[in-house]
Design a binder for this molecule. Structure first.
Ligand code: PMP
Length: 524
């Protein structure tokens, strides 16, 4: 192989250039708790305090000893990792452990069946596919029933035990006197037309559900979504702060199909609801959309609207789940009982890649297991680490969840005090537990050219992240779709000293922004 290849960056070169421009293009060589280390020019390790937390994947920090120990033990025992199509007890135990949590937090009795996958977006794709599979099977059952009823009506008309009144033709918009053949053609045509419609998902504006072909169509950010719009059915977006729009979408999209029944010797038309809605998909707390909390009133409203049209609710807990918000499922804090719930990020304990889609028993279609699979899903290594992670989180009566809530309150108090002291800089503080966002005011009028330029080019949060990294050795990033909001998603191991360091750094940052200090902002 040519050695020249090594001189070029072939793995996402543009991304590396961009990290270099921000001054954050270091290679981390070690990670422990909330700290990452890179090797400085003098050969010594430089610690960086990590508030990005693997974009929400590190509820137990980098290389938690309990998870590393489980990984070592697993490998030392020579346990096979990839044995698809065999009994996989570790995955099964993860499913059981998650059901225990679901029962406790939501008070549900029904089991949730688990379909494992490899990434957050993939667990959403599984939910979308399963929901559509379920809908298609319901459409088929409805269509089969209508065909059967048509046959019964035909037979009753043929043997003279029923009559076809003109009201049937009128109800279907047919000419008076239309016979059963015309009626059957019209009914069949309407069913076929609705069955041919693309699947319909409803989701929240500002949401983020991944970047695969299907899931990206539910990720609101147009830059991520629109180049791929022709590849998959599109979702209808409703704003979280104007849920009336949900009722409007449902009213616009709802559809019925005519069915024929023979009632007392008379053929009549009965309109049946057609299952048009594949699912409503939402995050319990919007992460990449700027850390926006869904409240109980919104959850109730969504649940009621979906229940009225039998539309399943998919709750994406990929970022908000795994105990980060003070409960294992953030949705449990607002009564958002899921039909489907997805987990990924933290499930593999910060070491393995693991994801799961849990489907409520009443909606689960076992046949799905025959049409969906992945070579890597359910592998023993990630399942074993997921199980260890769940054990660690559930230990001591859920001490980790209480700690996340407590640390969250302390960080929120810190951010709130910062906003009080720098009202022209800090716009808002949002989130729950260890899923927090700090939104900045627009700085495009700053006298400091670098600050103004970043604000004007929609890269302000990244410029601020660069400053925090270079000057204070603190790592965080803005949320993906709301780049004036910085994310704070550290682990439950966060210490007083680490909180104090953040306070010092943010106060210095706020002063630099307030003072429009070009030199300080571009230092380091
Ligand atoms: N859903 C949510 C709520 C997320 O935050 C993310 C990742 N930021 C995803 C889905 C996609 O997960 P992944 O990057 O593992 O595909």
């Amino acid at each position: 192989m040519s050695t020249a290849t090594a001189e070029f960056e072939l793995a996402e070169p543009m991304m590396l250039q961009w990290l270099t421009a921000l001054g954050v293009d270091v290679e981390f060589v070690r990670g422990e708790g909330n700290t990452l280390y890179f090797v400085g020019p003098d050969g010594a390790e430089v610690p960086v305090l990590d508030y990005a937390g693997g974009y929400g994947s590190l509820i137990l920090g980098h290389n938690h000893p309990g998870i590393v120990g489980a990984a070592r033990e697993f490998l030392d025992a020579g346990t096979p990792v990839l044995a698809q199509a065999s009994r996989q007890t570790a995955a099964s135990r993860v499913a059981t452990a998650l059901n225990t949590v679901l029962r406790r937090e939501f008070g549900v009795d029904e089991p949730y069946f688990a379909v494992f996958s490899n990434s957050g977006a993939e667990s959403i794709e599984v939910a979308l596919k399963h929901a559509e599979f379920d809908r298609v099977l319901k459409v088929k059952a409805l269509a089969d029933g209508i065909t059967e009823h048509l046959g019964a009506a035909r037979a009753a008309l043929a043997d003279g035990t029923a009559v076809l009144p003109d009201a049937v033709a009128a109800a279907l918009g047919l000419a008076p006197g239309s016979g059963i053949d015309a009626v059957a053609a019209e009914v069949g045509g309407r069913v076929a037309a609705l069955a041919a419609r693309p699947s319909l998902f409803i989701t929240l504006a500002g949401g983020f559900h991944g970047k695969l072909v299907g899931s990206v169509q539910l990720t609101h950010n147009p830059a991520f979504r629109t180049p791929f719009a022709t590849m998959a059915p599109q979702a209808r977006f409703v704003p979280l702060d104007r849920l009336d729009a949900l009722d409007e979408v449902i009213a616009q999209e709802r559809a019925t199909v005519p069915d024929l029944v023979v009632d007392d010797g008379v053929v009549t038309v009965v309109e049946r609801d057609f299952p048009v809605f594949s699912a409503f998909v939402l995050e319990a707390i919007q992460g990449e959309g700027g850390i926006r909390v869904v409240d109980r009133a919104a959850a109730d409203r969504i649940k009621a609207a979906c229940a009225a049209v039998d539309c399943p609710v998919v709750v994406d807990e990929i970022q908000s789940g795994m105990g980060r918000t003070g409960a294992f499922f953030a949705g449990s804090l607002i009564g958002l009982v899921p039909d489907y719930v997805t987990l990924a990020k933290g499930l593999g304990g910060g070491i393995a890649k693991a994801a799961v889609t849990l489907v409520r028993g009443g909606r689960y279609r076992p046949e799905f297991e025959l049409v969906h699979s992945s070579t890597f899903a359910k592998d023993t290594f990630s399942s074993t680490l997921a199980l260890t992670t769940l054990e660690l989180l559930e230990a001591d009566g859920g001490a980790a969840y209480r700690r996340a809530a407590d640390l969250g309150e302390r960080l929120t108090a810190l951010f709130t005090a910062l906003r009080a002291d720098f009202p022209d800089v800090v716009k808002d503080v949002r989130g729950k537990g260890l899923m927090l966002g700090l939104e900045f005011h627009d700085q495009s009028a700053s006298a400091a050219p670098s600050i103004a330029q970043a604000a004007l080019t929609d890269t302000f949060g990244y410029a601020v992240a660069g400053y925090l990294f270079r000057v204070h050795r603190i790592r965080t990033f803005p949320t993906a779709s709301a780049t004036t909001t910085l994310r704070f998603e550290p682990s439950v191991l966060l210490t007083d000293a680490e909180i104090a360091r953040l306070d010092t750094a943010l106060r210095a940052l706020a002063a630099v922004l307030r003072d429009q200090d070009e030199e300080a902002f571009t230092a380091g």
